[in-house]
Design a protein around this ligand. Structure first.
Ligand SMILES: C[S@@+](CC[C@H](N)C(=O)[O-])C[C@H]1O[C@@H](n2cnc3c(N)ncnc32)[C@H](O)[C@@H]1O
Length: 352
């Protein structure tokens, strides 16, 4: 999986156990803010049918490639194609000039290979699921050799040691189709989508502060859209970073957006991840979720993402801010129409 701010890698255990307390065999679990697809992938691995959604195109493609696409359908073909791509000659063009010349997120040799593979995927005009598996493999490979502090608001002044390694394509970790049915990846605004779906458990992990995901991962959005956008600034961000904004990144808009989402969801159980330092505090979230029935909260001490621990970087990749504290608290809220048997070895707090 790719490096991703707010990725729930370290919280997968508590999240899966909370979902497990509510989701019986054959349950449908919706992950409405799927991001790196790490949680949706783990939910599929646990055997549930998953609906994954994220408004960014690269995140939807990741979810389609590693959650919707089943191993038995695409594994063998994707593996053969990825092996063929390994022999492609480098094809430096606009992408290499922009992201390994003007900006330096990648070593030029890797950027030129990424460009060759991306063009080959475009020319293939493959079925959407196969194309998504190939794009997910390319995104994951590019992420392993990038030279960023974990986001793309800036690149590192000197190329990171991992950026000197050659790009290596690997088949993503594809999973078999769950017995209960196929998984699905969507690219919608979660608030608009909420009223249109029905599921047993909805997992909600929205952004909770001003850090916009499109600006933080603009390079991946461009790699997937392959639309040669106009870019600006030293970081070479897509100009639509200025206009495509989520209400979850705005202090004044996040409350109404979250309340609308919670009210619209047709799901007996909601599992919500929210950082203690987000725009919405615990009391506010408890108020919004209380109407859904029995409410429990778990506080999980959480090591901060490496980018935050390293400090803030300016557009030239220089450190300009002091690193934040090494740890923070992530809260899990479980609201259900019935009293759930949550794991007794975790300090779940019943509200009120
Ligand atoms: C905290 S991240 C999710 C991280 C994910 N759980 C993981 O483990 O990688 C929040 C995600 O919400 C997405 N997002 C923001 N606003 C959205 C909206 N209105 N509808 C759908 N997705 C949205 C962002 O693109 C981002 O990927």
């Amino acid at each position: 999986m790719i490096k991703y701010l707010g990725s729930k890698k370290a919280l997968l255990g508590p999240i899966l156990r909370a979902i497990g307390a509510a989701a019986g065999e054959g349950a449908v679990v919706a992950d409405l803010f799927s991001g790196s697809a790490r949680v949706a992938h783990a939910v599929k691995a646990a055997g549930w049918q998953v609906l994954a959604n994220d408004e960014l195109r690269f995140a939807q493609v990741l979810a389609r490639g590693v959650v919707q696409a089943d191993a038995e359908a695409w594994g063998a073909r994707a593996r053969r194609l990825l092996a063929d791509f390994a022999d492609l000659p480098p094809a430096p063009g606009w992408f290499t000039e922009t992201y390994a010349g003007q900006a330096r997120y990648l070593h030029p040799a890797n950027a030129a290979r990424i460009e060759a593979v991306r063009e080959a995927i475009r020319r293939l005009e493959a079925e959407p699921e196969l194309e998504a598996v190939l794009l997910a493999a390319l995104l994951q490979a590019a992420d392993r050799v990038d030279s960023s502090p974990g986001h793309q608001m800036a690149f590192l002044r000197a190329l990171a040691p991992r950026a000197l390694k050659p790009l290596a394509l690997r088949l993503p970790d594809l999973l078999p189709r769950p017995a209960s049915g196929p998984c699905l990846a969507l690219g919608e605004d979660a608030v608009a989508l909420a009223a249109a779906i029905e599921c047993d458990v909805a997992y909600l992990d929205p952004p909770y502060d001003q850090h916009a995901y499109l600006a933080n991962y603009h390079l991946w959005e461009t790699l997937v859209r392959w639309d040669r956008p106009e870019v600006y600034g030293r970081a070479c961000k897509r100009t639509d970073c200025r206009t495509r904004r989520s209400p979850f990144n705005r202090r004044a808009a996040i409350g109404p957006a979250f309340a609308t989402l919670v009210a619209a969801l047709r799901a007996p159980t909601l599992v919500v991840s929210f950082g203690a330092e987000g725009f919405l505090g615990r009391a506010e979230l408890e108020r919004m979720l209380a109407g859904r029935g029995y409410l429990h909260v778990l506080e999980v001490p959480h090591r901060r993402y490496a980018g935050t621990r390293l400090g803030i970087h300016n557009g030239r990749g220089e450190k300009v801010g002091r690193p934040g504290p090494a740890a923070t608290v992530e809260r899990l809220y479980v609201a259900s129409d019935r009293l759930l048997d949550l794991p007794a070895d975790q300090p779940w707090c019943r509200v009120p």
